[in-house]
Design a protein around this ligand. Structure first.
Ligand code: GDP
Ligand code: MG
Length: 162
């Protein structure tokens, strides 16, 4: 069976965009409203010659009360079935309090975590990529899920982690 990759992080960092890029076709619903995704989706995905089962954590990304508790549950469920995880943050926003709480969740699981800093096309995420070090994880990987930048580095880290 294929290794399972969970893509986790707070709403609106670009999880579905990355999922769709790796899946090669739009399966998760991406919307310009912050954090909109309808369902948790799974698909077969590929990066370079590495084939993966992709697990997007979505659903509950609205602004209703209790959203964070439900996102936490969804994230934990995805992590339980994953072999490796990409923890996505937004390089333009930098590290937020919610990112810090996601980092705490990830530290309690025992799968490898690759910290990817999204929205870094051009040099726009440079500050966020530097700030990401403060999450205390391994070297952050700057990427642009929308523009396909940084996919080679992501591939290197994924193959190293599996
Ligand atoms: P999710 O809530 O984490 O699944 O995030 P989405 O994939 O739905 O993306 C949230 C917003 O960020 C959308 O408006 C995307 O178009 C935008 N976005 C995603 N990836 C990138 C990127 O690499 N660069 C930029 N500039 N915007 C992005
Ligand atoms: Mg989404």
């Amino acid at each position: 069976t294929l290794p399972a990759l969970a893509i986790v992080g707070r709403p609106n960092v670009g999880k579905s965009t990355l999922f769709n890029r790796l899946a090669g076709k739009p399966l998760a619903i991406v919307d310009d409203r912050p954090g909109v995704t309808r369902d948790r989706r799974e698909a077969r995905g590929r990066i370079g010659d590495l084939e993966l089962r992709l697990v997007d954590t979505a659903g509950y990304e609205d602004n209703k009360a209790g959203i964070e508790a439900r996102m936490r549950a969804q994230t934990e469920a995805a992590l339980d079935e994953a072999d490796v995880c990409i923890f996505l943050i937004d390089g333009r926003e930098g590290v937020t309090a919610m990112d810090e709480r996601f980092a705490d969740i990830l530290r309690r699981h025992h799968i490898p975590v690759i910290l990817a800093v999204n929205k870094c096309e051009g040099s726009k995420g440079e500050y966020g990529a530097m700030e990401a070090w403060k999450l205390g994880m391994e070297e952050p990987v700057p990427i642009s899920a929308a523009h396909g930048e940084g996919m080679g580095d992501l591939y290197t880290r994924l193959t190293g982690a599996l």
